[in-house]
Design a protein around this ligand. Sequence first.
Ligand SMILES: C[S@@+](CC[C@H](N)C(=O)[O-])C[C@H]1O[C@@H](n2cnc3c(N)ncnc32)[C@H](O)[C@@H]1O
Ligand code: SF4
Length: 373
Amino acid sequence: MRKLGLYIHIPFCLSRCNYCGFYSNAVGGENEAELFVKESEYAAGVASTLKRQSRIYAHDRIVDTIYFGGGTPSILPEKLTGRLMDVIRHEFRISDDCEITTEANPKTLTAGKLRFYKEIGINRLSIGLQSYDTDVLSTLGRAHSPHDFEESFMLARFAGFDNINCDIMFGVPGQSFESWIETVDRVIELDPEHVSFYSLQLEEGTPLYEAYRQDKLPLLSDKVDRRMYHAAVRRFRKAGYDHYEISNAAKPGFECRHNLKYWSFDEYLGVGTSASSFMNGIRFTEGTREEPHVNDFMDDAGEFVFTGLRKTCGISKKEFADRFGRGFWDVYKEVRPKLKKYFDHGFLIEEGDNLRLSEKGIDRSNKIMSYFV
Ligand SMILES: C[S@@+](CC[C@H](N)C(=O)[O-])C[C@H]1O[C@@H](n2cnc3c(N)ncnc32)[C@H](O)[C@@H]1O
Ligand code: SF4
């Protein structure tokens, strides 16, 4: 049996944040009955895609991770989330220890909803805080306060969730180093099992990108952004978290198994508008006119390397050779001399079978990875 990760995209949010490029629609102000119809129709579409895809992929695979992402999956009424889980269980074989995550936004969780999540087998929550600083939250256009986040976090703990991730962001215009450190420290005090910490990316088409284009955004320098990053990594490590991926830290044993598939060249099936899949060596995205992309040898090898190097444990050259039938440095013999200066400076480390970025190498990751694309 091959292992499979399922991703379900839920494209509804209370309101759109100023930085977000993910596909979703703001539904906060909509009439409840009309919204329920819209959400039911969407869930029915997801259910029928799940059924169709299961006929192709389910017979020789076992689902060991499920991830409801968005958007804001916690906006969905319990009944619809329950229906989707029923369809998944009916159509696919699910492993006993399946990691089942839902993303959740503050203000969309109640004690009843969390109890229901537990009942249907959801065992991991990912809650977006972004910042404890209300000015930063307002720059980001978030629809909640730090207090709303803490309330959701506590409700989740109360409901028995013992695997919770918090998302936080740095490099936000107007954010001071001190404000960032305060967010990091307060998150550590809450003691979640997992933290994702992202440097703000300016996504085309978002209000922050527009402000940047019009020269109205006081961007932080790269130096400050990197200082924020490394200070956070140090603090998480000191607090017992393993910095296992560029933007992720977890208590031992709580690494996100679903997201690890994206960095380990494993299969995942994405269902719902804009969801991406990687199945049988083919990449495709739902709801786009793009043709499914069949990778050639160099595409595949490159993806193995540059997604794998996101993990702080790096890649195994033996695994590369087993997967692709050729030695790593044989495939990249022309790249090797170009990487010499990165090895010499300790940005890239090769030890026996292992190749990885050092912590300071992460600051040059885009450049280094570009040699493998
Ligand atoms: C799929 S998103 C949405 C999760 C959930 N709806 C929320 O907002 O809390 C997951 C996380 O990606 C991060 N993110 C989204 N857009 C980003 C951007 N443009 N730059 C950096 N991080 C971003 C945020 O931390 C967000 O919580
Ligand atoms: S960050 Fe989350 S809540 Fe904000 S628009 Fe994106 S998906 Fe929705």
